[in-house]
Design a protein around this ligand. Structure first.
Ligand code: UDP
Length: 458
């Protein structure tokens, strides 16, 4: 390519779906690309733009049609997603145009795979489009089978196990909930399936996972799509133990109220605390909240429990006050900092993909309490494939009882298998670090992507 003036390495616009579990990894890829010399701009909705704090990344608003409060302002998911597609396409296109006559025109849109219309915008402007998948390669593979007509919905017990090369046989309980009960959340199911609607037009497909974790499963995917594994999309400072450099991902939709939990963790013994969080979206039943509460109180372990404000009313009355001596309940925390703290010995998690990646990349043994979406599939891997934790058994109503929780905590913290679980967790931590450190498999893939832009000039 002809060079004019000072060489620069290209400009990517990164478009996340505006919820916590998607903004975190997409902001992270923007930061990583910026650190490799690309200009990176995060295009995010008006409602979320104020939550982003990223020194080396530009931040520009686009509209989902609900600029005041985002999704909460929409009457339902269907209306929200339609409005986002229409208004988002238009405002994203305007943003690309705004840069067209600048010194840094946009070369590529990296879009959340939940927003495939962004690829159409990229093609209209004659620039590259890269789809970023925020779930595991296995979950990618499962949904792609539905898209290709190899799995019909709802998936049935008698059709199981599902065999995916590189994964253990997947049984009915391991399948994503949307495929078992498609009528429960039709809008979310459509969101998952639409990821593939125009994927063959994408110039790259990024997976937030890594070689040491899912290389075999990924091989099967790359036969069909131009993919690369670039994860884990976690600030490398945390993996290197340099926490003070960086505080979280830099896009918190809720803020920790104070540094209370970090101060509290400082007063605890190494590997003595159970950290409990169900991520940003899961709503637990009142019964489930009660069982966790009494399970934690009755266990011999110290605990730090994130109970979102919206869930607070489901806590047994006076619970936080009555357990002050051994536990702390907070409405939100900086999860990366908590998981990286030496006092944390176990992570009770819903197994959202980001939480799973964070736990394993930071070497923290887990108790999986999955509730919906892809969490069951991730929990299966935590227990059976990677051996870094256990999956708690549910009763017939889908709740994990207090005794079961205590049993799992003992097994992971001090039981016969705890040493092996800890060893496996430490091994994965090393593999995650290796993948994203300079010259590692994910780092090289990112370099290959960046290499496609070298030679562009201002
Ligand atoms: N998280 C956080 N503080 C909390 C709870 C969660 O920062 O108190 C972050 C967590 O680090 C993760 C994200 O929120 O990156 C949740 O994503 P995940 O995929 O685990 O679950 P989701 O919220 O999408 O169900």
């Amino acid at each position: 390519m002809e060079k004019r003036g000072r060489e620069y390495r290209g400009h990517v616009v990164v478009l996340p779906y505006p919820c916590q579990g998607h903004m975190n990894p997409l902001l992270q890829i923007a930061k990583r690309l910026a650190s490799k010399g690309l200009k990176a701009t995060l295009a995010t909705t008006h409602y979320t733009v104020k939550s982003v704090c990223a020194a080396n990344v530009g931040v520009e608003p686009i509209s989902d049609g609900f600029d005041q409060s985002g999704f909460a302002q929409a009457p339902n998911e269907e209306v929200y997603l339609e409005a986002f597609k229409a208004t988002g396409s238009r405002t994203l296109s305007e943003l690309i145009k705004k840069f067209e006559n600048s010194t840094s025109p946009v070369n590529c849109i990296i879009y959340d795979s939940f927003l495939p219309w962004a690829l159409d915008v990229a093609k209209q402007h004659g620039i590259y489009g890269a789809s970023f998948f925020t779930n595991s390669a296995t979950v990618f593979s499962i949904y792609s089978r539905v898209h290709q007509g190899q799995l019909t919905l709802p998936v049935k017990l008698e059709e199981m196990p599902l065999l995916i090369p590189g994964a253990p046989p997947l049984n009915f309980p391991d399948m994503p909930s949307f495929l078992k009960f498609p009528e429960d959340c039709p809008a979310y199911l459509r969101l998952q399936l639409n990821q593939y609607s125009n994927l063959e037009m994408a110039d790259w497909v990024f997976g937030n996972t890594f070689e040491g974790l899912e290389s075999e499963v990924a091989k099967g995917i790359w036969e069909l799509w131009p993919g690369m594994l670039i994860g884990p999309m976690i600030p490398s400072a945390y993996l290197d133990g340099r926490i003070e450099d960086d505080r979280g991902y830099g896009a918190s939709l809720w803020k920790p109220l104070s540094d209370e939990c970090m101060k509290w963790l400082e007063t605890q013994e190494p590997e003595s605390v159970v950290y409990v969080s169900f991520g940003s979206m899961v709503a637990l039943t009142e019964k489930q909240m009660e069982e966790i509460a009494w399970g934690l109180k009755g266990s011999e372990f110290r605990f730090l429990w994130v109970v979102k404000e919206s869930e607070n009313g489901k806590l047994p009355e006076g619970f936080a006050e009555s357990t002050k001596e051994k536990g702390l309940v907070v409405t939100w925390c900086n999860q990366l900092e908590v998981l990286a703290h030496q006092a944390v010995g176990c992570f009770v998690t819903h197994c959202g993909w980001n939480s799973t990646l964070e736990g394993l990349s930071l070497g923290v043994p887990m108790v999986g309490v999955p509730k919906w979406a892809d969490q069951m599939t991730n929990a299966k891997f935590v227990e059976e494939v990677w051996g870094i934790g256990v999956r708690a058994k549910e009763d017939e109503k889908g709740n994990v009882g207090r005794e079961e929780l205590q049993l799992c905590l003992r097994e992971v913290m001090e039981g016969d298998r705890s040493q092996e679980i800890k060893r496996n967790a430490s091994k994965l931590r090393e593999l995650a670090k290796e993948a994203i450190n300079e010259g590692g498999s994910s780092d090289k893939n990112i370099d290959d992507f960046v290499g496609a832009f070298v030679g562009w000039s201002e």
